[in-house]
Design a protein around this ligand. Structure first.
Ligand SMILES: Cc1cc2nc3c(=O)[nH]c(=O)nc-3n(C[C@H](O)[C@H](O)[C@H](O)COP(=O)(O)OP(=O)(O)OC[C@H]3O[C@@H](n4cnc5c(N)ncnc54)[C@H](O)[C@@H]3O)c2cc1C
Length: 394
């Protein structure tokens, strides 16, 4: 039995390990475009800001894979799949046969079709190599524009700020973290980040990246111009599914999978950012791991079920605690408080079931919000965090 896994990210590695745990016989090959062994991708934010070696990010060394009898092929990108002959071809013409195939190729940054986007000095951050390029290039610039005020955009911005750059974040929605916070929360967070030295242009859309071969600035649709030497695009991600062309594997925003992470084609599974489960593509590390585990178990003949996740997010490295979980657009009864040091909100339905929670700046409220959202404590518990600070201290 030959198992081939495309991609050594969270989903691919988790699948390989859970498959190996339950099946010592099958050969497992991880075929990956990246030239690095598996690493914890969220740490790239720190890697961008601090002097670290790529090896510091790597989770398992070569010896670990040898012990687990997992064969890594790095620096090879799958470009075609033949599901009838059960083989995959890489960009150099290498051919790999399989009995079972898991597609765990993750996603890529979405780059909007902005005029001038191809200029030298425009970057996205997804890999160690991207972070190295950004660091190197930013040595010669003082001002950077970050396109996108989502989680990754803010984290990227803060890393660049830590590198001593003057950073301006441009976001088309009038407040920050529009997928994680409501307007009050987003605007409150903006004030805290401005106090830390970041600059924001909200409700604006970049129309052109100005310059010769290199970036010199960006022009917004409303005519405003911001001078900068580099642009970091952080406008969400998309699954990269070019290699599906000509296959019967069904895909929408991601490769469609059932609760066992099986695609519509026998012998082919998909997990992580590249897949779409019950209409959702998550783009979250923990979800990719969980889905990878379910796929690995299924490939080992131990079917189990992935039932979906309630997305939750935390903002890293800015030193401001931000938590969001559930559907921030949910309508219901709202328990909320805004004061100088924090913003907290819990939305519940008519039966006091939690629908969404968002917290900016109060670590203890985050703990309670997490417990409420996962059903461990009743929504009432959140109320203790809504009292004015003095009363709360008593
Ligand atoms: C800077 C950064 C910070 C993040 N922070 C967080 C966070 O704090 N919390 C959180 O939940 N999520 C975070 N994420 C998102 C998280 O990293 C992803 O959801 C997660 O990595 C998805 O895992 P995956 O295994 O599906 O894909 P990936 O981790 O993207 O791995 C896919 C692998 O497949 C390889 N590959 C791609 N195409 C091919 C191909 N054609 N052939 C062979 N190999 C291929 C790639 O080289 C890659 O190694 C962050 C992402 C980034 C970039």
């Amino acid at each position: 039995m030959k198992t081939l896994i495309l991609g050594n990210g969270a989903a691919g590695i988790e699948a390989a390990l859970s498959l190996r745990k339950h099946n010592e016989e099958t050969s497992i090959t991880l075929l990956t475009e990246s030239r690095w062994l598996h690493y914890y991708r969220p740490k790239l934010i720190h890697f961008l800001a601090e002097e670290q070696s790529p090896e510091d990010l790597i989770t398992y060394d070569e010896a670990f894979y040898q012990k687990k009898n997992i064969y890594n092929i790095l620096g090879r990108k799958a470009v075609a799949i033949d599901t009838s002959a059960r083989r995959v071809t890489d960009q150099y013409g290498g051919v790999y046969g399989y009995d079972q195939l898991l597609i765990a190729t993750g996603s890529r940054p979405f780059v909007p079709p902005i005029d001038g986007i191809g200029k030298e000095g425009v970057f996205t951050l997804r890999s160690i190599t991207d972070a190295q390029r950004i660091r190197r290039y930013s040595e010669q610039v003082t001002d950077v524009v970050v396109i996108g005020g989502g989680l990754l955009g803010l984290e990227n911005s803060f890393s660049l700020h830590q590198l001593g750059k003057k950073v301006t974040v441009i976001e088309s929605v009038p407040w920050l973290l529009p997928r994680q916070l409501d307007e009050t929360g987003g605007k409150y967070l903006q004030k805290l980040l401005e106090a830390k030295g970041l600059n924001f242009l909200l409700g604006g859309q970049v129309e052109t990246i100005v310059g010769g071969t290199q970036v010199e600035g960006v022009r917004l649709k409303d005519g405003r111009f911001i001078s900068c030497g580099a642009v970091l695009v952080s406008a969400g991600v998309r699954g990269d599914m070019d290699f599906l062309k000509g296959t019967p594997i069904a895909a929408n925003r991601g490769i469609l999978v059932d609760d066992r992470m099986r695609t519509n084609v026998e012998g082919v599974w998909a997990a992580g950012d590249v897949c779409e489960h019950r209409g959702i593509t998550y783009g979250l590390w923990i979800v990719a791991r969980e889905q990878g585990q379910v796929a690995g178990l299924d490939m080992a003949g131990q079917p189990t079920s992935y039932e979906g996740s309630i997305p939750s997010s935390l903002l890293k490295i800015t030193g401001i605690n931000v938590f969001s979980m559930g559907d921030v657009k949910a309508v219901g009864e709202s328990l909320e408080a805004l004061n100088e040091s924090s913003y907290k909100k819990l939305v519940v339905d008519d039966h006091a079931h939690p629908l969404a929670a968002m917290v900016v700046g109060d670590r203890s409220a985050i703990g309670t919000a997490q417990k409420v959202m996962s059903g461990k404590v009743p929504a009432e518990e959140f109320k203790k965090h809504l009292q004015p600070p003095e009363e709360h201290r008593d």
